[in-house]
Design a protein around this ligand. Structure first.
Ligand code: ADP
Ligand code: MG
Length: 345
């Protein structure tokens, strides 16, 4: 066995991404660690501004480099991404890793046909001929469900519907068989029917290609549909991490309880009123002391006086499911049962 066989496919350790701004240092990501195995899907969930996109742009090396301090380690199949230069990253983006975004219009060029953009990506990474690359583009468009791909290959992005553009972007992201696909809220702008089709497409392609996927969303219903594991981000940190069933059925962190409480029931009729989590996300310039969720948490008085404000709880990583919270495991079990009670109609 080589050393890379023992390594998880993607391994992130204590990642910090801090931006210097006029107002001070924005700690967008502040000590994040996780692993992802080949062929598996990690769902990253959290409110807007929790550091999801910054984390994933940093993996791809597409983050804003100006006045940015990055610390920690990102290993992708043994490649150290944080010390890779732009040329190495360029080579890895495409073959090893690629990304689909919420806004396909912004990531496709309006000046070239969709087919050209897909075939050029392929040509650049494989050195295939123009003719082969065009065939490959048509084949990818067919795979993502674009009708008459041999004709649509010559269309410009604006000639496609929103759902088709999203499919075309997926075709472009997958044309070089990347081993890691990062999907950053790729279906948020789409209607539910198209969203369901895109999710099915991603699952099929993952089956076919064995792609590892990081799926970023603020929608726990989407997580329930696609993820193997779930990571809950709050204020640039992981507050809970575990298997999908663990996190969705036996959540351990009061923030996750809040997220679950603010979405319609995952099963059955949607008859529970939505209850957004009171308060607002933490400042990343001046994060709260201790547990950054404590100003919004309804359970701080259950913990030894002042502890939540004084000490940052460590993320328990001994088990396959852990949370960063000062409540004891017994307390969490009891409180979650109470919290969940009104929902079990
Ligand atoms: P989300 O979880 O919604 O994807 P982001 O990762 O986009 O959140 O952003 C996390 C935080 O980092 C936000 O507060 C955002 O304003 C801040 N941020 C992102 N990029 C920069 C930058 N280049 N300079 C300063 N702050 C930034
Ligand atoms: Mg984002």
């Amino acid at each position: 066995m080589t050393s890379t066989d023992q390594q998880p496919f993607l391994s992130i350790r204590d990642l910090k991404v801090h931006f210097s701004t006029e107002d001070g240092v924005v700690k967008a990501v502040d000590g994040l660690s996780f692993d992802l195995a080949r062929g598996k899907t990690l769902g990253i969930v959290g409110e807007s501004g929790s550091g999801k996109s910054v984390t994933n742009l940093t993996i791809l090396g597409l983050h804003d480099r100006d006045r940015t301090a990055i610390d920690g380690q990102i290993l992708l199949d043994g490649n150290d991404l944080l010390s890779a230069n732009e040329r190495e990253l360029e080579r890895l983006r495409g073959n090893k890793m690629s990304m689909i975004f919420q806004d396909a219009l912004a990531s496709l060029s309006p000046y070239h046909t969709t087919g050209k953009q897909i075939s050029e990506t392929y040509r650049k990474h494989t050195g295939a001929s123009k003719k082969e690359s065009r065939q490959r583009a048509i084949e990818m468009l067919r795979r993502v469900g674009i009708p008459q791909p041999d004709i649509r290959v010559d269309d410009y992005p604006h000639q496609f519907s929103g759902g088709m553009r999203q499919r075309a972007m997926i075709a472009m992201a997958l044309v070089c068989d990347p081993e890691l696909l990062i999907a950053d809220e790729p279906t948020t702008a789409l209607d539910v029917t198209v969203q369901a089709q895109i999710m099915d497409l991603l699952k099929d392609l993952q089956q076919e290609f064995g792609t590892a996927i990081i799926f970023i969303t603020h929608d726990l219903g989407v997580i329930a549909d696609i993820a193997d594991d779930v990571l809950v981000m709050y204020g640039g940190r992981c507050v809970e991490h575990g298997t999908k069933n663990g996190v969705l059925r036996a959540p351990q962190h009061p923030y996750t309880w809040g997220l679950l409480g603010s979405m319609p029931s995952l099963e059955g009729p949607v008859d529970v009123p939505l209850s957004p989590i009171p308060g607002s996300p933490p400042s990343l310039l001046n994060p709260p002391s201790g547990c950054s969720f404590h100003p919004r948490c309804a359970f701080t008085e259950k913990v030894r006086s002042g502890l939540c404000a004084a000490e940052r709880p460590p993320l328990e990583t001994a088990e396959s499911h852990g949370a960063a919270c000062h409540l004891t495991a017994d307390q969490r079990r009891d409180f979650f049962a109470d919290h969940a009670a009104p929902r079990s109609h």
